[in-house]
Design a protein. Structure first.
Lengths: 66, 406
């Protein structure tokens, strides 16, 4: 799994951090998304996909690498 | 029966027969008239969107704006020639700050991690309020004992607003959310008095800063080093105080009512509290009242939706609650599924204007539900759910009371 985030699109809703705090965080200065782990372990893939699917500005992209 | 474009406009807001049920018209509108003409309480005409894809698109499309609602040809919401919240001096002051800039200056104080750090305090407060409700004995009104006081205490402590002023700002908030209940004179007085109150608080924080959001915003600046204007600070304080208690209070009661109206839902959560996070999302999707009236947008350029083109100059009402029940977007849309995932519901809106306080609301709702399940596993409704009544004449329609026993 390879994750990318779009900080221009992000509105700081924080859903991703509530769902997958191991993978996402928010910048202290403006609440915009920060990617902590672009290639997280398999156990977190479900949470990451859920974060991407519920993001209100579609700022998270997930690509599957096999 | 399907409605066509020639049918006379529907009176909006639509009402449902029972507090926990959606309006009967929704399904027919989504099916046969997804771009519907409606008449608002002001008498002005607007266009109602009810399909998930359309509501989502309208809220994210830059050809539609919230700022445009202050333009002279935008539909007004409230009856009696009163300025609705979208055209209020507060909304104008917020628009003047520039949305993205404002969002980033304020959003930093609402991050998920900051909200999670507040959660133990919220749980403690909830337990204390439930303790008092227990002392009172059942049946008791969950609105008065918990749903209203908890979000007020939380937002007051965050902002640095004295909780003892709650009757005053509750009154102003209701007036801001007016559709038919208050006169023009009452609305203007509330706009003036609420701004004067907040301005006084901002001055007091400037003289003696505390560890609270108003003080932090006063000391803060945007990425260019430019601070927020005085009017912007006052409007921000008002908006956060209003939004921070009104919708959350309403939803705590609704959420509990939906779970208790079919007690198998409640029992399932008592047995497995790990379902709380997903359940809160599903309740936000399911509740037909949660997002109330819906969100308004002004159309700057002709825009195509699934049910037709909406011309420039139109005011659109996006019914997130109707979209959240759209059979095209959801499997078993009318059923509450506490395991539903993912759950991209629109209760907080979507796009760059989606609710700024959603991490706070989510954290608070999860905290309240977790403690309620733990402290009062035998909780049940003390009345038939069909007897529950909502407030009317406001943009939101919270339950008047929620009698419970345990």
């Amino acid at each position: 799994m390879k994750i990318t985030v779009d900080q221009e699109k992000c509105c700081g809703a924080g859903q991703c951090v509530l769902i997958a705090p191991e993978v996402f965080d928010q910048r202290d200065e403006d609440g915009i998304v920060v990617l902590l782990d672009a290639a997280p372990p398999t156990a977190l893939h479900g949470d990451v996909r859920e974060s991407a699917e519920v993001c209100p500005t579609a700022a998270i992209e997930v690509a599957q690498e096999e | 029966m399907a409605r066509s474009a020639d049918t006379p406009p529907l009176d909006y807001p639509l009402t449902s027969k029972a507090a926990l049920e959606p309006p009967e018209e929704w399904a027919g509108l989504r099916e046969g008239c997804p771009v519907a003409r409606v008449t608002l309480p002001s008498g002005d005409e607007a266009t109602l969107l009810t399909r998930y894809d359309d509501v989502r698109a309208a809220l994210s499309d830059p050809r539609l704006s919230r700022e445009g609602l202050a333009s002279p040809d935008a539909a007004r919401v409230a009856a009696g020639d009163t300025a609705g919240i979208f055209a209020s001096p507060m909304a104008r002051a917020l628009n003047d700050e520039g949305h993205e800039r404002w969002r980033r200056m304020v959003g930093r104080w609402f991050t998920a991690r900051r909200m999670s750090a507040l959660r133990p305090g919220m749980e403690e407060l909830t337990a204390r309020l439930i303790g008092r409700m227990r002392e009172h004995g059942g049946p008791a009104d969950l609105v008065a004992h918990l749903a209203f006081p908890l979000p007020v205490l939380v937002i007051c402590s965050m902002l640095g607003v004295p909780e003892s002023d709650r009757d005053a700002f509750k009154g102003w908030s209701d007036t801001f959310l007016n559709t038919t209940r208050y006169t023009k004179a009452e609305t203007e007085a509330a706009h003036r008095d609420f701004a004067a109150y907040m301005s006084g608080l901002v001055d007091a924080k400037r003289a003696a800063p505390g560890d609270d959001l108003l003080s932090h915003l006063l000391a803060g600046a945007d990425s260019e080093g430019e601070p927020m204007s005085e009017a912007g600070l006052v409007a921000t304080g008002q908006a956060l105080l209003l939004a921070g208690h009104e919708t959350t209070a309403g939803f705590i009661a609704m959420m509990t009512a939906h779970l208790l109206s079919d007690r198998t839902r409640w029992e399932r959560l008592v047995a497995d509290p790990s379902l709380v996070r997903r359940s809160v999302e599903e309740l936000l999707r399911f509740d037909p009242n949660g997002s109330g009236f819906g969100m308004l947008r002004y159309v700057h350029e002709d825009t195509e939706f699934s049910g037709g083109t909406v011309p420039r100059g139109t005011t659109v009402v996006c019914s997130m609650a109707a979209a959240n029940r759209d059979e095209r977007a959801w499997q078993d849309a009318a059923a509450m599924d506490l395991d539903r995932s993912p759950n991209p519901h629109l209760a907080f809106g979507v796009g760059p204007h989606s609710c700024l306080g959603q991490p706070l609301a989510r954290t608070e709702l999860q905290a309240v539900l977790t403690v309620l399940l733990r402290e009062l596993p035998t909780l049940r409704l003390a009345v038939d759910p069909r007897e529950l009544r909502r407030h009317e004449g406001l943009l939101t329609s919270p339950l008047r009371e929620l009698p419970v026993t345990w």
